[in-house]
Design a protein. Sequence first.
Length: 307
Amino acid sequence: MLGPVILAAARSDKMRRLVSAAPVTRSVVDRFIAGETLGDTVPAVRSLADAGLEVTLDVLGEDITDPAQALRNRDAYLELVEGLKPLGLGTRAEMSVKLSAFGQALPGGHELALKNVTPVVEAAAAIGTTVTLDMEDHTTVDSTLAILAELRERFPQTGAVLQSYLFRTEDDCRALAGEGSRVRLVKGAYKEPASVAYQDKAEVDKAYVRCLKILMAGEGYPMVGSHDPRMVAIAQDLAFRAGRKNEDYEFQMLYGIRDDEHRRLAAEGHRMRVYVAYGTDWYGYFMRRLAERPANLAFFARSLLTR
Ligand code: FAD
């Protein structure tokens, strides 16, 4: 029951100021955020790669309020591409972007986000890697999928994220199960109304399995974005039944969550990609991680009290 309250707080400026100023917040945040700068983050990327893991990098920054911030976010991603170049990891280090960071929610946002994200996708392609468009709240799905379609005309390897909690997602999975498409399937992390999304966790899980079936049976490249051991096992089973080899799909998990499982799956020969977020604008991302698991909130509250 706490999840929706925390997700509402994730959008509150007052809470943002309060939580960001709390002296212990940083140590708790560090569990989920690899660093504040690219320089802090590169060693984490190297050590994940050395351990046989792949990464997708997210420069934190969302819910921006003016076009200048969108340009700064674009430039931060271009800087990231420059930072990845010497590592020579190719698609083993790709990038995840939130289109709200590129201006999607501003007036004229659809065109603005497309204009700002295109140079990042181009720069990624130039160093042999790619970009996945994260999915945000349900009001953005049509715009994000339209931007995906435009980008894929020139950069067919651009990836998308679909959220099983949305009623529409099975149809979106069918539409995106074609050859060359890359889809990360997640359960969904935003507070959504009952008119568009399942509210019951069991329903979200069942929808996740239905969506996985569509993606695994399709011609595209499914990216299984879940820490749920049941979803991981079901994905392996469905992939086997669809005749997929380990390189025909991948698992994805967030940095700081079930790290042992990252390593176990990689050691078993699976492709395992870790979502590594970095930057100073960590509030929204951090609050969604708290909302996903009440124990995280309890840990955070205890750190505040015991200080
Ligand atoms: P759950 O049933 O929520 O969790 C299963 C188990 O995983 C829990 O019992 C617990 O052991 C562990 N776990 C899960 N979350 C946490 C946590 N925060 N802290 C500690 N343990 C945890 N959502 C979007 O809406 N849009 C996106 O673009 C997006 N991208 C994502 C990218 C990746 C790589 C991943 C893994 C998730 C992404 N998400 C995104 C978040 C996703 O929607 C879920 O909110 C999140 O993954 C929790 O769901 P779960 O499938 O792990 O299963």
